[in-house]
Every structure is written in structure tokens, then in C-alpha cells.
Ligand binder design. Structure first.
Ligand code: MN
Length: 235
């Protein structure tokens, strides 16, 4: 039996460092929760009524993943590249149609994340009822810190804050999530067979805004860690 050969070198396995471990966390998929903090939903002009609404999601290609500490190009096609600081949930066990009471069993740990967004293109797409891909599925736009192992732990509080060049932009608390961690796992697993390596960006609080080439972003979530990103020149 000959080993499989390829026309060119296959893409490497995408992964993130894990605090306290030499093994890395291999990435499967990147899920993102839309509007999951009331004040952000309001600033986007789309308030959320949890009594009649359900969460919604978008995905980005895993190849958009960038590690904290990177310098990324200001991306093409936008004049309004924006930061969204988020708690990232790292899945560590498979689950499909998981009840809220069992949702914690899927949790491997957490990380800090930045869901970088071409806001101008996202809003055009939203207005026209088109997919968000050009606004959201941006190369180098899924920034994630090291994964912090907390198997089975439901995070339900903790301050989240970020600044650009030292000036605070976003500050909130995980207790303000509209749909909490067990509710998100239960809901998303109605539609997907969640698997180890799936990351769920849980949504951003208010204070999103633009970045420019040369900006330095710093973020932190109490009990999780920190994240940094430098925005380089436009391509
Ligand atoms: Mn987001």
C-alpha cells in the first residue's frame, strides 16, 4: 500500500497553546454567537428579546485563526475594521442535542478572543439580506489566546475589558451574556454534532469600534487571561 500523496503540501493542523501543557489544542471549527449582550445589541440597532428570540450564529473558516500576540495586516476591502472582544469556549467532548444539565460535560476550557470584523461590509450585507462572509470571514480575523483548561466548569461571571493603545473601549461582565454557556451548548448542539476542537466565540459586549494600522489591542477576562493584537499596515 502506497501512502497517500498530494499535489502540494496539505495545510498544517491548526492549533492553539494550552496553559500548563506541552500538547496543543487542535482546531476543528469556529462558531460565533451573534448579539449576546443587550447593550451591544442596542448599539447595533437590533435589541434582543430573549422571550421570543433564539440565538443565531455564523462561522468563520478555521484558517482565519491567529494567535494572541500576532501582528495582522489591515485587511483589504474595508474602511471600518472593528474589534469585538469575546469569551471563547473550547469544546473538549462530543455532543449532539445536549440538554442544559449535561452541557458542562462538553467544556474543555476557555480563552480570550477577538472577532475582528469588516463592519462596513457586514452592515451592507445585513441591509441587503446577504450572507455576512465578507464582513466576518476575514483572513487573520479570529484571534485567540492560549486555551485555559477548566474541564466541566461553567463560567457565569468575570470582568471582560479591552483597550486600544491604552484607551478603554469595551468593558462588561460575563454575567451579562443573554444566552449563557449551558444554553449556548444546548442550542448549538441542536444543529451541529459538536466535537473536540470546536471553538465558540460567545459574543461581544458594547463598545465595539474601529482600529487603524499601528494600533495595539489589549484585552483581558478575569479568571481566564489576556490577549493582544497589533494591527499592521494595509495590504
Ligand atoms: Mn462577535
Amino acid at each position: 500500500m502506497n501512502p497517500t500523496t498530494y499535489l502540494w503540501n496539505p495545510s498544517p493542523v491548526l492549533s492553539l497553546p494550552v496553559r500548563g501543557r506541552t500538547e496543543r489544542y487542535p482546531i476543528h471549527r469556529l462558531f460565533f454567537v451573534g448579539r449576546n449582550y443587550h447593550a451591544h445589541a442596542v448599539e447595533m440597532g437590533r435589541p434582543v428579546d430573549k422571550s421570543v428570540e433564539v440565538p443565531f450564529y455564523f462561522t468563520k473558516a478555521p484558517s482565519t485563526l491567529v494567535e494572541s500576540g500576532a501582528t495582522v495586516a489591515y485587511p483589504p476591502g474595508t474602511k471600518d475594521y472593528q474589534h469585538e472582544m469575546e469569551l471563547v469556549l473550547a469544546i473538549g467532548a462530543p455532543g449532539f442535542r445536549v440538554g442544559e444539565a449535561h452541557a458542562h460535560e462538553l467544556i474543555y476550557g476557555y480563552a480570550c478572543g477577538l472577532d475582528m470584523t469588516r463592519r462596513d461590509l457586514q452592515l451592507i450585507a445585513r441591509e441587503k439580506g446577504r450572507p455576512w462572509d465578507l464582513g466576518k470571514d476575514v483572513e487573520e480575523s479570529s484571534v485567540v489566546s492560549e486555551i485555559v483548561p477548566m474541564p466541566g466548569t461553567v463560567l457565569d461571571k468575570g470582568a471582560l475589558a479591552m483597550n486600544v493603545n491604552g484607551a478603554q473601549r469595551q468593558a462588561s461582565d460575563l454575567s451579562k451574556l443573554i444566552w449563557n454557556i449551558p444554553e449556548l451548548i444546548a442550542d448549538l448542539s441542536k444543529f451541529y454534532h459538536l466535537q473536540p476542537g470546536d471553538l465558540i466565540f460567545t459574543g461581544t459586549p458594547e463598545g465595539v469600534g474601529p482600529v487603524q494600522s499601528g494600533d495595539r489591542i489589549e484585552g483581558r477576562i478575569d479568571g481566564v487571561g489576556t490577549i493582544t493584537l497589533e494591527v499592521g499596515p494595509a495590504e
